[in-house]
Write a protein that binds this ligand. Structure first.
Ligand code: DGJ
Length: 738
């Protein structure tokens, strides 16, 4: 069924709906756009959400349009549920938008002006976004609000997908006056919820501990889930889910919200004095100020909102499909990703041609498909204190040049990939020598170092151009199949000598626009390259990056136990095809923990698989396991990378963890079980599968046992034979017989 957007001119109600959901708004008697409902699909609306008036003390009233008439004291902006709030006109809650005018006022008052409905989904210029491939995939509603004193329009854009429980939103501000204003805050979306018990799930973390699931009740006060680091960050992912207290993985309402943006973000949630909750999502207002000249526009990033009444797994599944199919672009979004060996944890920067060739030889022998040369191949880089910004090969490290390594890998039947960190500059580099001003810095102040490096001022086109030119010299001359794009520090001293003092609040966002511009130019020029995002592990794992690069390095933490949580948390919002995960050595370099090669393999192959260790140092039996793992992965990777991922048992709750991959036709099933620590008197846990066909029989080829789909889902399977040791894992494959 097609998506509908209807406008009831009499009630002035907008109704966006598809098979799954309804979203309702109404223009009220004062011309304010009120939020009515976002939830399960309803057929018709009968005014039941018409906001009850009440004279609430200390909440100002909207003046009457009739001169001399007293205002309606039962109506206040401080209590109604608004679609997009202004500032300082009697609504004391968190503002959706703040504009500093040419007289210094920050008052904003939005009133309805008009609407249009468009088939399909128009492009947002210069920003990542979800898209459609034909107009019948979605319908778009543009509602224009205006502040008549400022002569500024806010165009609120809502796109509803036809066959997905998804609405996207963004806002365009159009300054129709000739005055210059400053946007101090401009949210991409706002939702005001009526009183209800709500909980919020967020994905906080840290370097080597990304995206840990946290769930909390929303009480009074304001919660800010945000990044101020110039990137989306390890520390708080640009995603939240709003759920009811009874929502689980498989039942209950869940509203997932992602910002398609890789810079400073803010998800602010506040419960007001009458227990209503306001959500504001967008670019963080921290150190943000954007000069909006007369007759110019500002486009916010896009927000993706997913609705489910069947729990968190269903919500994630919608995100997985959308991000894979209509956010990621290019030929690799659906291509089966190669098994990689990356030399980073094997050699760090201490390598030469001999070492690399021996890694390639061994990798080819065990069945690896791509060799990735990580950090240390350029400038004169032997450690992390030099050479960022000098993207030419480090001659001393290569006997036959960098091209020689690429050729060697190709001759051995492997693809070849290379690491870059395009946004950075080392003090010890030719680039810094020639252009010290290219680094972000504030005159007459110390420059904060992090990992011994500075950040390039990507708000400046000439800086972005310089890096583009350097990169294409390598990319045009070396035969590359893959690029890993790293980013190993966060922004400080955010100031640019290319902008006037009053415009310095634009630099964080302009940096991101410069970054997107560079990525766009490169992916367009090299469509055959498989691009992978990275930021000290998964420090920039967001839908913005996925628009350019279909996969991201999930974490620098490759410990199998830590990865259970990191990958489980990441899967809440992002598809498996976007999560790269490698087997590394044991004891693990990040945690010191020793785990079996089987457990490491099983965790890593639950994503886009690879290795990051010296295969030469593995004993023969482990090497044999590696061969088996690669064989197994190649056989099942389509199911893993593109099947339905089902979270069954959470590492945030239990000592046992399980998840499954199920083909869209429900015929193929891979079940992964993990037990973290051994226990005396161990529990015997059962895993009940989900999402199979009840009336099909499934054979487990490894044992030739046959089980009914109804059995697997209702009776379930004991996880493992009891084993008195830590770090146990198992993978079981089932196939439907009919
Ligand atoms: C951080 C990345 O996450 C690692 O995989 C590796 O590429 C290093 N940077 C190299 O400096």
């Amino acid at each position: 069924m097609a998506a509908h957007i209807t406008y009831d001119g009499q009630k002035q109600v907008f109704h966006l709906s598809n098979h799954f959901l309804s979203y309702l708004m109404q223009v009220d008697q004062h011309g304010l756009l009120q939020h009515l409902y976002f939830g399960k699909k309803i057929r018709k609306y009968h005014d039941e959400r018409s906001y009850p008036g009440l004279d609430r003390g200390f909440s100002g009233n909207v003046p009457s349009l009739n001169v001399g008439e007293q205002p309606d004291r039962t109506y206040s902006k401080d209590m109604i549920l608004q679609e997009y709030s202004g500032n300082q006109t009697g609504d004391y809650r968190e503002a959706g938008s703040i504009i500093r005018s040419d007289i210094g006022s920050v008052t904003v008052d939005w009133r309805y002006k008009g609407y249009e409905i468009i088939e399909g989904k128009p492009n947002l210029t210069k920003l990542p976004q979800s898209y459609v491939e034909s107009d019948d995939e979605a319908t778009t509603l543009n509602i224009t609000l205006e502040d008549s004193a400022l002569k500024v329009d806010a165009v609120l854009t809502y796109t509803i997908y036809t066959d997905r429980p998804v609405i996207t939103r963004s806002v365009k501000l159009m300054n129709k006056s000739s005055a210059t204003y400053y946007l101090e805050k401009i949210a991409s979306a706002q939702i005001d919820f009526p009183k209800q018990d709500m909980e919020v799930i967020s994905l906080p973390g840290a370097h080597v501990r990304e995206r840990q699931i946290e769930r909390q009740k929303i009480k009074h006060g304001t919660y800010r889930f945000e990044s101020r680091r110039g990137t989306s960050s390890h520390h708080m992912n640009p995603f939240i889910a709003l759920v009811h207290p009874d929502t689980t993985e498989f039942q209950g309402e869940a509203l997932g919200i992602q910002l398609v943006y890789s810079g400073n973000h803010l998800f602010s949630l506040s419960k007001d004095y009458i227990d209503q909750t306001r959500l504001i999502v967008g670019i963080n207002d921290y150190d943000f100020s954007w000069q909006l000249k007369g007759n110019s526009e500002f486009q916010t990033p896009e927000v993706i909102m997913v609705y489910s009444h069947e729990g968190l797994n269903d919500m994630s599944n919608t995100f997985h499909h959308l991000l894979r199919e209509r956010v990621a672009r290019g030929k690799h979004r659906f291509s089966e990703r190669p098994v990689v060996i990356n030399n980073w944890e094997a050699t760090f920067m201490d390598f030469d041609t001999g070492k690399l060739k021996s890694i390639i030889d061994k990798a080819a022998e065990v069945g690896v498909e791509m060799f990735v040369l990580d950090d240390g191949w350029f400038g004169h880089r032997d450690d992390d204190t030099s050479s960022l910004g000098d993207w030419y090969e480090y001659k001393n490290k290569f006997e036959d040049g960098l091209g020689g390594i690429a050729q060697y890998a190709h001759e051995k039947g492997l693809k070849f990939g290379l690491w870059f960190e395009p946004e950075m500059i080392s003090r010890d580099s030719d680039l810094f020598e020639q252009h010290p001003d290219y680094a972000l810095q504030v005159p007459d102040r110390e420059m904060t170092l992090s990992r011994s490096q500075y950040v390039l001022d990507f708000s400046r086109t000439e800086v972005v151009n310089n890096i583009f030119q350097q990169m294409i010299k390598i990319l045009d001359n070396i035969s590359l199949d893959y690029v890993k794009w790293d980013m190993n520090r966060h922004l400080t001293e955010v100031w640019s000598n290319a902008y006037a003092p009053m415009r310095q609040g634009e630099i964080y966002h302009r940096y991101i626009l410069g970054l997107y511009d560079l990525m766009e130019r490169l992916v367009e020029r090299y469509p055959n390259i498989l691009w992978e995002g990275c930021s000290g592990g998964g420090g920039r794992f967001d839908a913005g990056i996925l628009y350019y690069f279909p996969q991201t390095w999930t974490s620098d933490n490759t410990d199998a136990v830590a990865r259970l949580k990191i990958q489980y948390g990441t899967s809440l919002a992002y598809p498996i095809s976007s999560m790269t995960s490698h087997v590394s050595e044991s004891p693990n370099q990040q945690t010191g923990r020793s785990t079996t090669i089987d457990m490491r393999g099983d965790v890593a192959m639950s994503g886009v698989f690879g290795y990051e260790l010296n295969l030469d140092e593995l004993p023969e039996d482990e090497l044999d396991s590696v061969r088996q793992q690669i064989k197994f992965y190649k056989k099942h990777r389509k199911l893993i990378q593109f099947g339905k991922f089902v979270r069954l048992d959470s590492p945030f709750v239990h000592n046992t963890v399980s998840w499954a991959f199920i083909s869209e036709d429900q015929k193929k099933v891979l079940l992964f079980n993990f037990k973290i620590l051994s226990e005396a008197q161990p529990e015997i846990s059962v895993t009940k599968l989900k999402g199979l066909k009840s009336d099909s029989d499934y054979i487990e080829p490894a044992t030739s046992e046959i089980y009914g789909g109804d059995e697997l889902m209702n009776i379930g399977l004991y996880d493992f034979p009891v084993q008195q040791r830590d770090f146990v894992s198992s993978v079981r494959y089932f196939e439907a017989l009919q």
